[in-house]
Design a protein around this ligand. Sequence first.
Ligand SMILES: [Zn+2]
Length: 328
Amino acid sequence: MSLRGRTAGFILVVLAAVVPAAAQEQIATGDATVFQVQTISRGIHLFRPDRATGRHTNSLVIERRDGLLVVDAQPTKEAALDLLAAIRGVSAAPVRYLVFSHPHVEASGGSDAFPPEVLRIASRGYRDAVADPAFGYQSEWRAYRGIPEPPGSQEGGPEPQRRPVATLTLMGRTRLEDPLHPVVLLPIPHTHSPGDLLVYEPRAEVVAVGDLVINDRNPYAGHARVGSWISQLNQLLTLNPKTIVPLRGGAVDTTRVRNQRDALRWLKKQVEESLGEQVPAEKIPAAILGRAETDRYFNTAAAPSNLPLLVQQLVIEVRKERREQGLE
Ligand SMILES: [Zn+2]
């Protein structure tokens, strides 16, 4: 063997020895106990934060023959290291795919903790949103904590944040074949955010939905189109999934989807009636949220409440519809 050959061989041996150790060391820094693991179906696990501190969110992990598919990357790199440590308690297989459900920091902020060879996947709406400096990637994170938006694009937040870019941008419904767990990736129209994407495993009838379905009856609508949100909840019902995994809280069934759809429909109707009765737009949120009936549909005691923003967004949408109908 030439000297050059021996040197190359030596380098390969060194790399083989160093890379796994470095990867293990990185994973060892995470705290696996932060997550409870709920096995929804064989090879499909919901990693859910043990306590609702807001520092962690849900991630869904699907064990495929070609490696693990993870839906949502946690809000920060630290939280994602906790997730990776917890995943190691379930499977030694490498993470192959990382799917971002939507362009909010809670869903993709921890992307950097995953090895660079993991294929990051998101919708076209995700790509456009994170590329837009005016888009509030951390707005929802701020809203839940009552932190005002900073001027311009200097966001601050859970950590100084670069916005993770997806390697694979989906332009439409895409299927990842697998003998164990085929997965259908479904980018949907602008709903909770401009880049929502559902991850559906048709054999187990499990779907990860990001923030399309919310558990706390206090939906954040800072980037929402509420009319389209109602339509897409109906579309989700046509899939008839057994298990729906939101970004926060436990897995739910279609009852929660129907309840949320009905709540948004009810709220839209209230806004339509208020505008029809010439109530000034700025008075509508307080008027509707003050009604006893609102408690049936929304958590009016949540602090901070996302509901005024939701009503304001509906006022904008309904006024646009009224103008199109020649009513304003
Ligand atoms: Zn969100």
